[in-house]
Design a protein around this ligand. Structure first.
Ligand code: THG
Length: 369
Protein backbone atom coordinates (compact mmCIF):
# COMPACT_ATOMS: atom_id res chain seq x y z
CA UNK A 1 0.00 0.00 0.00
CA UNK A 2 1.22 3.50 -0.81
CA UNK A 3 -0.03 6.85 0.40
CA UNK A 4 -1.13 9.93 -1.50
CA UNK A 5 1.08 13.00 -1.94
CA UNK A 6 -0.79 16.21 -1.22
CA UNK A 7 -0.34 19.26 -3.43
CA UNK A 8 -2.23 22.50 -4.09
CA UNK A 9 -3.36 20.85 -7.35
CA UNK A 10 -5.44 18.49 -5.23
CA UNK A 11 -7.75 20.58 -3.09
CA UNK A 12 -8.94 19.59 0.35
CA UNK A 13 -12.41 20.52 1.56
CA UNK A 14 -13.17 22.88 4.48
CA UNK A 15 -13.89 19.74 6.55
CA UNK A 16 -10.54 18.07 5.89
CA UNK A 17 -8.82 19.20 9.09
CA UNK A 18 -11.76 18.03 11.19
CA UNK A 19 -11.78 14.70 9.35
CA UNK A 20 -8.05 14.25 9.98
CA UNK A 21 -8.59 15.07 13.67
CA UNK A 22 -11.36 12.43 13.72
CA UNK A 23 -8.93 9.75 12.52
CA UNK A 24 -9.12 9.83 8.73
CA UNK A 25 -7.09 6.89 7.40
CA UNK A 26 -7.84 6.51 3.67
CA UNK A 27 -8.76 8.88 0.88
CA UNK A 28 -9.40 8.91 -2.84
CA UNK A 29 -9.29 11.74 -5.38
CA UNK A 30 -12.63 13.01 -6.67
CA UNK A 31 -13.10 16.13 -8.76
CA UNK A 32 -9.39 16.80 -8.15
CA UNK A 33 -10.12 16.96 -4.42
CA UNK A 34 -9.39 14.67 -1.51
CA UNK A 35 -12.43 12.56 -0.66
CA UNK A 36 -12.25 10.48 2.55
CA UNK A 37 -12.98 6.78 2.12
CA UNK A 38 -12.26 5.37 5.59
CA UNK A 39 -11.49 6.10 9.21
CA UNK A 40 -9.75 2.77 9.70
CA UNK A 41 -12.64 0.39 10.44
CA UNK A 42 -14.94 -0.05 7.45
CA UNK A 43 -17.22 -2.55 9.20
CA UNK A 44 -17.78 -0.18 12.15
CA UNK A 45 -18.47 2.63 9.68
CA UNK A 46 -20.97 0.42 7.83
CA UNK A 47 -22.72 -0.53 11.11
CA UNK A 48 -22.90 3.12 12.16
CA UNK A 49 -24.40 4.11 8.79
CA UNK A 50 -27.01 1.35 9.02
CA UNK A 51 -27.84 1.64 12.71
CA UNK A 52 -27.09 5.17 13.85
CA UNK A 53 -25.67 8.26 12.13
CA UNK A 54 -22.41 9.17 10.44
CA UNK A 55 -20.80 12.46 9.41
CA UNK A 56 -19.16 12.57 5.97
CA UNK A 57 -16.82 15.11 4.38
CA UNK A 58 -18.27 15.11 0.87
CA UNK A 59 -16.91 18.55 -0.07
CA UNK A 60 -15.53 16.91 -3.23
CA UNK A 61 -19.09 16.90 -4.59
CA UNK A 62 -18.27 20.28 -6.08
CA UNK A 63 -20.94 22.72 -7.22
CA UNK A 64 -21.18 24.45 -10.57
CA UNK A 65 -23.41 27.50 -10.23
CA UNK A 66 -25.32 28.82 -13.24
CA UNK A 67 -26.66 32.29 -12.47
CA UNK A 68 -28.32 34.89 -14.67
CA UNK A 69 -31.40 35.57 -16.83
CA UNK A 70 -30.86 32.44 -18.99
CA UNK A 71 -29.99 30.09 -16.10
CA UNK A 72 -33.10 27.93 -16.53
CA UNK A 73 -32.56 27.51 -20.27
CA UNK A 74 -28.85 26.82 -19.77
CA UNK A 75 -29.48 24.23 -17.02
CA UNK A 76 -32.05 22.50 -19.25
CA UNK A 77 -29.73 22.50 -22.26
CA UNK A 78 -27.08 20.77 -20.12
CA UNK A 79 -29.50 18.15 -18.75
CA UNK A 80 -31.22 15.06 -20.24
CA UNK A 81 -34.23 15.37 -17.92
CA UNK A 82 -37.37 17.50 -18.06
CA UNK A 83 -36.85 20.52 -15.78
CA UNK A 84 -39.96 22.42 -16.86
CA UNK A 85 -41.92 21.62 -13.68
CA UNK A 86 -39.00 22.01 -11.28
CA UNK A 87 -39.72 24.27 -8.32
CA UNK A 88 -37.51 26.58 -6.30
CA UNK A 89 -36.14 24.59 -3.38
CA UNK A 90 -36.24 21.34 -5.34
CA UNK A 91 -33.38 19.09 -6.37
CA UNK A 92 -33.41 16.39 -9.03
CA UNK A 93 -31.05 13.58 -9.89
CA UNK A 94 -30.10 14.21 -13.53
CA UNK A 95 -27.85 12.96 -16.32
CA UNK A 96 -25.62 15.38 -18.22
CA UNK A 97 -24.63 13.98 -21.61
CA UNK A 98 -22.34 14.79 -24.51
CA UNK A 99 -23.60 15.26 -28.06
CA UNK A 100 -23.46 11.49 -28.67
CA UNK A 101 -25.71 10.85 -25.67
CA UNK A 102 -22.88 9.54 -23.50
CA UNK A 103 -23.30 10.35 -19.83
CA UNK A 104 -20.67 12.81 -18.55
CA UNK A 105 -22.02 13.17 -15.02
CA UNK A 106 -24.94 12.26 -12.74
CA UNK A 107 -25.27 15.28 -10.45
CA UNK A 108 -27.99 16.39 -8.10
CA UNK A 109 -29.33 19.58 -9.72
CA UNK A 110 -30.70 22.15 -7.27
CA UNK A 111 -32.92 25.08 -8.26
CA UNK A 112 -32.17 27.91 -5.82
CA UNK A 113 -34.31 30.39 -7.74
CA UNK A 114 -35.54 30.96 -11.28
CA UNK A 115 -32.15 32.32 -12.26
CA UNK A 116 -29.80 30.33 -10.04
CA UNK A 117 -28.98 26.61 -10.20
CA UNK A 118 -26.32 24.34 -8.72
CA UNK A 119 -25.09 21.15 -10.29
CA UNK A 120 -23.76 19.13 -7.33
CA UNK A 121 -21.30 17.03 -9.21
CA UNK A 122 -19.95 13.55 -9.49
CA UNK A 123 -16.34 13.11 -10.61
CA UNK A 124 -15.54 14.94 -13.87
CA UNK A 125 -14.43 18.37 -15.13
CA UNK A 126 -17.91 19.74 -15.57
CA UNK A 127 -17.08 23.37 -14.79
CA UNK A 128 -15.11 23.51 -18.05
CA UNK A 129 -17.93 21.83 -19.97
CA UNK A 130 -20.63 24.11 -18.54
CA UNK A 131 -18.61 27.27 -19.16
CA UNK A 132 -17.86 26.32 -22.75
CA UNK A 133 -21.43 25.30 -23.53
CA UNK A 134 -22.89 28.47 -21.97
CA UNK A 135 -20.49 30.73 -23.86
CA UNK A 136 -20.82 28.96 -27.21
CA UNK A 137 -24.63 29.01 -26.97
CA UNK A 138 -24.64 32.69 -25.99
CA UNK A 139 -26.62 32.13 -22.78
CA UNK A 140 -26.77 35.24 -20.58
CA UNK A 141 -25.36 33.54 -17.47
CA UNK A 142 -22.29 33.42 -15.28
CA UNK A 143 -20.92 29.89 -14.75
CA UNK A 144 -18.57 29.53 -11.79
CA UNK A 145 -17.75 27.47 -8.73
CA UNK A 146 -19.23 29.05 -5.59
CA UNK A 147 -17.78 28.67 -2.08
CA UNK A 148 -20.10 25.76 -1.25
CA UNK A 149 -19.15 22.45 0.37
CA UNK A 150 -21.55 19.64 1.27
CA UNK A 151 -21.23 17.89 4.64
CA UNK A 152 -23.12 14.59 4.78
CA UNK A 153 -25.13 13.39 7.77
CA UNK A 154 -26.35 9.88 6.93
CA UNK A 155 -28.11 7.09 8.76
CA UNK A 156 -31.47 6.30 10.37
CA UNK A 157 -30.92 8.77 13.25
CA UNK A 158 -29.83 11.63 10.95
CA UNK A 159 -33.32 13.11 10.89
CA UNK A 160 -33.56 13.32 14.69
CA UNK A 161 -30.16 14.96 14.84
CA UNK A 162 -30.94 17.48 12.10
CA UNK A 163 -34.32 18.22 13.74
CA UNK A 164 -32.50 18.97 17.03
CA UNK A 165 -30.27 21.45 15.20
CA UNK A 166 -32.77 23.11 12.84
CA UNK A 167 -36.26 22.35 14.18
CA UNK A 168 -38.97 19.77 13.57
CA UNK A 169 -40.07 21.43 10.33
CA UNK A 170 -37.15 19.73 8.56
CA UNK A 171 -38.98 16.40 9.01
CA UNK A 172 -41.39 17.55 6.27
CA UNK A 173 -38.60 18.13 3.75
CA UNK A 174 -39.05 15.79 0.76
CA UNK A 175 -36.21 13.87 -0.88
CA UNK A 176 -33.79 16.20 -2.71
CA UNK A 177 -35.70 19.31 -1.51
CA UNK A 178 -33.77 21.93 0.41
CA UNK A 179 -33.94 25.09 2.52
CA UNK A 180 -31.58 28.03 2.74
CA UNK A 181 -30.89 28.43 6.45
CA UNK A 182 -28.11 28.94 8.97
CA UNK A 183 -26.73 27.38 12.12
CA UNK A 184 -25.53 29.89 14.74
CA UNK A 185 -24.81 32.31 11.92
CA UNK A 186 -23.11 29.76 9.62
CA UNK A 187 -24.80 30.07 6.20
CA UNK A 188 -26.10 26.78 4.81
CA UNK A 189 -28.36 25.06 2.38
CA UNK A 190 -29.92 22.04 4.07
CA UNK A 191 -30.99 19.29 1.66
CA UNK A 192 -32.51 15.87 2.22
CA UNK A 193 -30.05 13.92 0.13
CA UNK A 194 -26.89 11.85 0.28
CA UNK A 195 -25.20 8.91 -1.32
CA UNK A 196 -26.78 6.15 0.74
CA UNK A 197 -30.21 4.62 1.12
CA UNK A 198 -30.14 4.92 4.92
CA UNK A 199 -31.67 8.42 4.90
CA UNK A 200 -29.98 11.67 5.69
CA UNK A 201 -29.15 15.22 4.81
CA UNK A 202 -26.43 17.28 3.28
CA UNK A 203 -25.46 20.63 4.79
CA UNK A 204 -24.10 22.75 1.97
CA UNK A 205 -21.75 25.09 3.82
CA UNK A 206 -21.72 28.49 2.09
CA UNK A 207 -18.55 29.84 3.69
CA UNK A 208 -15.56 27.52 3.78
CA UNK A 209 -13.96 29.31 6.73
CA UNK A 210 -16.54 27.63 9.01
CA UNK A 211 -15.70 24.03 8.06
CA UNK A 212 -14.29 22.83 11.36
CA UNK A 213 -16.86 24.77 13.37
CA UNK A 214 -19.76 23.22 11.47
CA UNK A 215 -18.30 19.70 11.74
CA UNK A 216 -17.85 20.14 15.50
CA UNK A 217 -21.38 21.47 16.01
CA UNK A 218 -22.87 18.48 14.18
CA UNK A 219 -20.69 16.03 16.14
CA UNK A 220 -21.61 17.68 19.46
CA UNK A 221 -25.34 17.45 18.67
CA UNK A 222 -24.89 13.90 17.38
CA UNK A 223 -23.14 12.50 20.41
CA UNK A 224 -26.39 11.33 22.00
CA UNK A 225 -27.21 9.47 18.76
CA UNK A 226 -23.84 7.74 18.61
CA UNK A 227 -22.50 9.78 15.71
CA UNK A 228 -19.07 8.99 14.34
CA UNK A 229 -17.02 9.76 11.27
CA UNK A 230 -17.60 7.93 8.03
CA UNK A 231 -17.43 8.30 4.28
CA UNK A 232 -19.48 7.31 1.27
CA UNK A 233 -19.73 3.61 2.01
CA UNK A 234 -18.77 1.33 -0.84
CA UNK A 235 -20.54 -1.77 0.51
CA UNK A 236 -23.80 0.02 1.31
CA UNK A 237 -23.91 1.84 -2.00
CA UNK A 238 -23.36 -1.38 -3.98
CA UNK A 239 -26.14 -3.06 -1.96
CA UNK A 240 -28.32 -0.02 -2.74
CA UNK A 241 -27.32 0.08 -6.42
CA UNK A 242 -26.22 3.73 -6.29
CA UNK A 243 -24.19 4.61 -9.36
CA UNK A 244 -20.55 5.64 -9.02
CA UNK A 245 -20.11 7.41 -12.33
CA UNK A 246 -16.83 6.62 -14.08
CA UNK A 247 -16.24 3.46 -12.08
CA UNK A 248 -19.35 1.37 -12.60
CA UNK A 249 -19.75 2.35 -16.24
CA UNK A 250 -17.59 2.32 -19.34
CA UNK A 251 -16.92 5.80 -20.81
CA UNK A 252 -19.23 5.24 -23.79
CA UNK A 253 -22.36 4.55 -21.72
CA UNK A 254 -25.62 6.41 -22.24
CA UNK A 255 -27.94 7.12 -19.26
CA UNK A 256 -30.10 4.09 -20.07
CA UNK A 257 -27.04 1.87 -19.66
CA UNK A 258 -26.32 3.14 -16.12
CA UNK A 259 -29.85 2.68 -14.77
CA UNK A 260 -30.92 6.30 -15.32
CA UNK A 261 -33.63 5.58 -17.88
CA UNK A 262 -36.36 6.68 -15.51
CA UNK A 263 -34.67 10.05 -15.11
CA UNK A 264 -34.09 10.59 -18.85
CA UNK A 265 -36.75 12.43 -20.89
CA UNK A 266 -35.96 12.27 -24.60
CA UNK A 267 -39.23 13.69 -25.94
CA UNK A 268 -39.47 17.06 -24.22
CA UNK A 269 -39.97 20.24 -26.27
CA UNK A 270 -36.78 21.87 -25.02
CA UNK A 271 -33.50 21.07 -26.70
CA UNK A 272 -30.67 19.55 -24.68
CA UNK A 273 -27.26 18.16 -25.49
CA UNK A 274 -27.48 14.57 -26.70
CA UNK A 275 -31.25 14.66 -27.36
CA UNK A 276 -31.13 13.30 -30.93
CA UNK A 277 -28.64 10.57 -29.99
CA UNK A 278 -30.76 9.48 -27.03
CA UNK A 279 -33.90 9.42 -29.19
CA UNK A 280 -32.05 7.01 -31.48
CA UNK A 281 -31.10 4.84 -28.48
CA UNK A 282 -34.75 4.64 -27.46
CA UNK A 283 -35.86 3.85 -31.03
CA UNK A 284 -33.22 1.17 -31.60
CA UNK A 285 -33.20 -0.36 -28.11
CA UNK A 286 -30.79 -0.12 -25.21
CA UNK A 287 -27.58 -2.09 -25.70
CA UNK A 288 -26.61 -2.87 -22.12
CA UNK A 289 -28.40 -2.85 -18.79
CA UNK A 290 -27.01 -1.86 -15.38
CA UNK A 291 -27.56 -4.88 -13.15
CA UNK A 292 -26.44 -6.65 -10.02
CA UNK A 293 -24.35 -9.80 -10.00
CA UNK A 294 -24.32 -12.33 -7.18
CA UNK A 295 -20.90 -13.88 -7.61
CA UNK A 296 -20.03 -17.33 -6.35
CA UNK A 297 -16.72 -16.36 -4.68
CA UNK A 298 -15.35 -15.20 -1.35
CA UNK A 299 -12.57 -13.16 -2.96
CA UNK A 300 -14.26 -9.71 -3.12
CA UNK A 301 -11.68 -8.02 -0.89
CA UNK A 302 -8.79 -9.21 -3.08
CA UNK A 303 -10.47 -8.55 -6.41
CA UNK A 304 -8.08 -6.90 -8.87
CA UNK A 305 -9.90 -3.60 -9.42
CA UNK A 306 -9.09 -1.09 -10.98
CA UNK A 307 -9.59 -2.53 -14.46
CA UNK A 308 -13.15 -3.55 -15.03
CA UNK A 309 -13.54 -7.33 -14.99
CA UNK A 310 -14.88 -8.85 -18.19
CA UNK A 311 -18.21 -10.60 -17.85
CA UNK A 312 -18.21 -13.73 -20.02
CA UNK A 313 -20.79 -16.16 -21.38
CA UNK A 314 -19.74 -19.24 -23.36
CA UNK A 315 -16.33 -17.71 -24.02
CA UNK A 316 -17.70 -14.39 -25.32
CA UNK A 317 -17.57 -11.06 -23.52
CA UNK A 318 -21.09 -9.88 -22.67
CA UNK A 319 -20.35 -7.08 -20.23
CA UNK A 320 -18.13 -5.48 -17.61
CA UNK A 321 -18.06 -5.61 -13.81
CA UNK A 322 -17.01 -2.30 -12.17
CA UNK A 323 -17.52 -2.90 -8.44
CA UNK A 324 -17.52 -6.01 -6.25
CA UNK A 325 -17.94 -6.24 -2.46
CA UNK A 326 -18.87 -8.67 0.26
CA UNK A 327 -22.37 -7.73 1.43
CA UNK A 328 -22.64 -8.04 5.20
CA UNK A 329 -26.43 -8.04 5.08
CA UNK A 330 -26.80 -10.58 2.25
CA UNK A 331 -23.72 -12.59 3.30
CA UNK A 332 -22.89 -12.88 -0.38
CA UNK A 333 -20.41 -11.40 -2.80
CA UNK A 334 -22.21 -8.89 -5.01
CA UNK A 335 -21.20 -6.59 -7.83
CA UNK A 336 -22.45 -3.95 -10.24
CA UNK A 337 -22.18 -4.70 -13.94
CA UNK A 338 -23.20 -3.52 -17.39
CA UNK A 339 -24.39 -6.52 -19.39
CA UNK A 340 -25.86 -6.95 -22.87
CA UNK A 341 -29.61 -6.67 -22.77
CA UNK A 342 -30.26 -10.02 -24.52
CA UNK A 343 -28.17 -11.82 -21.89
CA UNK A 344 -30.00 -10.10 -19.01
CA UNK A 345 -33.38 -10.86 -20.57
CA UNK A 346 -32.47 -14.52 -21.09
CA UNK A 347 -31.54 -14.77 -17.39
CA UNK A 348 -28.30 -16.56 -18.21
CA UNK A 349 -25.66 -17.39 -15.64
CA UNK A 350 -22.45 -15.51 -16.53
CA UNK A 351 -18.82 -15.88 -15.50
CA UNK A 352 -16.21 -13.52 -14.03
CA UNK A 353 -12.58 -14.29 -13.25
CA UNK A 354 -10.97 -13.05 -10.03
CA UNK A 355 -8.01 -13.99 -7.85
CA UNK A 356 -9.38 -17.50 -7.22
CA UNK A 357 -10.10 -18.18 -10.88
CA UNK A 358 -13.43 -18.23 -12.69
CA UNK A 359 -16.71 -17.90 -10.74
CA UNK A 360 -20.25 -18.14 -11.97
CA UNK A 361 -22.54 -15.19 -11.33
CA UNK A 362 -26.28 -14.70 -11.28
CA UNK A 363 -27.79 -11.54 -12.78
CA UNK A 364 -30.32 -9.71 -10.57
CA UNK A 365 -32.17 -6.40 -10.81
CA UNK A 366 -31.05 -3.43 -8.70
CA UNK A 367 -31.12 -2.48 -5.93
CA UNK A 368 -30.02 -5.63 -4.13
CA UNK A 369 -31.58 -4.28 -0.92
N1 THG B 1 -25.00 14.46 -3.11
C1 THG B 1 -24.59 15.58 -3.72
N2 THG B 1 -23.87 15.57 -4.84
C2 THG B 1 -23.49 14.39 -5.35
C3 THG B 1 -23.88 13.18 -4.77
C4 THG B 1 -24.65 13.23 -3.60
N3 THG B 1 -22.72 14.38 -6.45
C5 THG B 1 -22.07 13.18 -6.82
C6 THG B 1 -22.92 11.98 -6.64
N4 THG B 1 -23.51 11.98 -5.31
C7 THG B 1 -24.01 12.01 -7.67
N5 THG B 1 -24.59 10.72 -7.84
C8 THG B 1 -25.74 10.31 -7.21
C9 THG B 1 -26.14 9.04 -7.43
C10 THG B 1 -27.30 8.57 -6.83
C11 THG B 1 -28.04 9.40 -6.00
C12 THG B 1 -27.60 10.67 -5.76
C13 THG B 1 -26.46 11.15 -6.39
C14 THG B 1 -29.29 8.94 -5.37
N6 THG B 1 -30.05 8.12 -6.07
C15 THG B 1 -31.26 7.51 -5.56
C16 THG B 1 -31.48 6.22 -6.34
O1 THG B 1 -30.85 6.06 -7.38
O2 THG B 1 -32.22 5.39 -5.87
C17 THG B 1 -32.49 8.38 -5.66
C18 THG B 1 -32.73 8.95 -7.01
C19 THG B 1 -34.14 9.52 -7.18
O3 THG B 1 -35.10 8.87 -6.75
O4 THG B 1 -34.29 10.60 -7.81
O5 THG B 1 -29.63 9.30 -4.27
O6 THG B 1 -25.03 12.19 -3.01
N7 THG B 1 -24.91 16.76 -3.20
Amino acid sequence: MSSITLSPRIRTSPFYEAAVAAGLSDVTVYNKMILPTSFGDLKAEYDRLLGRVAIWDVGAERQVEIVGPDAAACAQYLTARDLSKMKEGQGKYVAMCDHDGRILNDPVLMKLSGNRYWFSLADHDMLLWCKAVAAEKGFDVVVHEPDVSPLGVQGPLAEDLIADLFGDHIRELKYFWFLETSLDGIPLVLCRSGWSKQGGFELFLQDGSFGTELWNKVVAAGEKYGIGPGAPNHVERVESGLLSWGGDNTPDSNPFEVGMGRYTDVDIDADFIGKAALQTVVAEGIGRLFVGLIVDTDAADDWPLPERTLVMLDGNQVGTLGAIVYSHRMQKTIGLAQIKREVVEAGSLVEVTGPNGASSAEIVTLPFL
